[in-house]
Design a protein around this ligand. Structure first.
Ligand code: PMP
Ligand code: GLN
Length: 397
């Protein structure tokens, strides 16, 4: 047999699937893969269900249904003051993941350099490589996850085509501040490069923070590709509805990739997401507030057990250092151990470092998802507390 594609064949199964399978096998509470408990907002789901029976279930336009594209443009204006033309600057995709892949395939020419910041989401590097991009990795490390500005500047060169930027950032829950975004924007202008901005967690920021799209900075309107996801904004991760906002010159080549990858996205889900994006401010605030209280619940519970818990400014995720518990192995062993022995799954942070040789700095951290019902979180904390012999958690068994 002739070998399949070498780049993609070099990767194993993604850590999210691996840990979810292991969690299922051991009947563990799955705090590994990031998906909320529950079934999303009832009214949004109802619109999808009704559309399925009463709407048009044939191919929508490859650009997405007008109602959703208009809703994305209106959302950009409402939250970020962006003036976006829904017809030439918005495209619907099958999830943030497809939006990322179409953006990278559409923009990268083989040999182009692409700047990426570790820790990074699993799909970034394989797609950059498959598109022929040459990755230039810059590393942020726990516990402070500081942006190494000198290394970032050194990663740029005249061959840089784009930076892939994720804020709020998975898994480290960092939100880049205005000064950091300004620093990145200056590099993009200096090197005439683009930014593909993974902003799927745009509504999941805590402690009064507000999301700032790179696209809103001076000079970035024409250089930034902004990606959102209904999966995160409506706690419906299985829907895989994403949306791209970009200037026509960037969106047009991205659409060329999209038309050959998924072409379109189920119309009933698009209709429901269009409805959802127009929900009132209370919905969006409530989403962040609720998650913030879950973050606080997990932070306290994990600290009481003995974990060192790192700061978390947004997203679904909390990073913990497990060494204070006396576990001397590596993160992969720890996550397997708690899945099989305590029956609580987490994800090893080293999985987000794909640039090789992670050294000692990142191999003793586990990522827990806290986008779960309080009862689920309490049960997970109770199991971990019993396993590690720590104090009982409030509300725990
Ligand atoms: N980017 C990041 C950083 C993510 O965590 C996720 C979540 N799966 C995605 C993109 C993909 O979003 P979607 O599920 O809409 O494809
Ligand atoms: N974004 C989710 C996470 O980081 C997982 C997405 C996936 O399983 N592909 O946990």
């Amino acid at each position: 047999m002739k070998p399949a594609n070498a780049v993609l064949s070099s990767y194993g199964t993604t850590i999210f699937e691996v840990m979810s399978q292991l969690a299922q096998k051991h009947d563990a509470i799955n705090l590994g893969q990031g998906f909320p408990d529950g079934n999303g907002p009832e009214d949004v789901v109802r619109v999808a269900a009704e559309y399925l029976e009463t709407g048009v279930n044939q191919y929508p336009s490859m650009w997405g249904m007008p109602a959703l594209r208009q809703a994305v443009a209106a959302h950009n204006a409402r939250f970020y003051g962006l003036d976006v033309d829904w017809q030439s600057e918005v495209m619907v995709t099958s999830g943030g993941t497809e939006a990322l892949a179409s953006s990278l395939f559409g923009l990268i020419e083989p040999g182009d350099e692409v700047v990426l910041i570790e820790p990074l989401y699993d799909s970034y590097l394989p797609i950059v490589r498959r598109a022929g991009g040459v990755p230039r990795l810059v590393r942020m490390t726990p516990p402070d996850w500081a942006l190494p500005r000198d290394a970032l500047a050194a990663a740029f060169s005249p061959a840089t085509k784009l930076i892939l930027l994720n804020s709020p950032m998975n898994p480290c829950s960092r939100v880049f501040d205005a000064d950091e975004l300004g620093f990145i924007a200056a590099l993009l202008e200096e090197y005439d490069a683009y930014a593909v901005c993974d902003e799927v967690y745009e509504h999941l920021l805590f402690d009064g923070r507000r999301h700032v799209p790179l696209m809103t900075l001076p000079g970035m309107r024409e250089r930034a590709v902004r990606i959102g996801s209904a999966g995160k904004t409506f706690s419906l991760t299985g829907w895989k509805v994403g949306y791209i906002t970009a200037a026509p010159e960037l969106l047009s080549p991205i659409a060329k990739a999209h038309q050959f990858i998924t072409f379109t996205t189920p119309p009933n889900l698009q209709a429901a997401v269009a409805y959802g994006l127009a929900k009132d401010d209370l919905y969006f605030k409530g989403l962040a507030d609720e998650l913030q209280s879950k973050r606080d619940r997990m932070t306290k519970g994990l600290r009481d057990i003995g974990f060192a818990v790192l700061d978390c400014a947004g997203t679904y995720f909390i990073t913990t250092d497990f060494r204070p518990l006396g576990f001397n192995g590596e993160d992969v062993d720890f996550c397997r151990h708690i899945t099989t022995e305590a029956r609580v799954a987490a994800v090893p942070v080293s999985a987000f470092y794909q640039g090789g040789d992670q050294g000692d700095k990142v191999r003793h951290f586990a990522r827990f998802s806290f986008c779960k019902d309080d009862a689920t979180l309490d049960e997970a904390l109770g199991r971990l507390a019993r396993h590690f012999g720590g104090c009982q958690v409030p509300g725990g068994p």
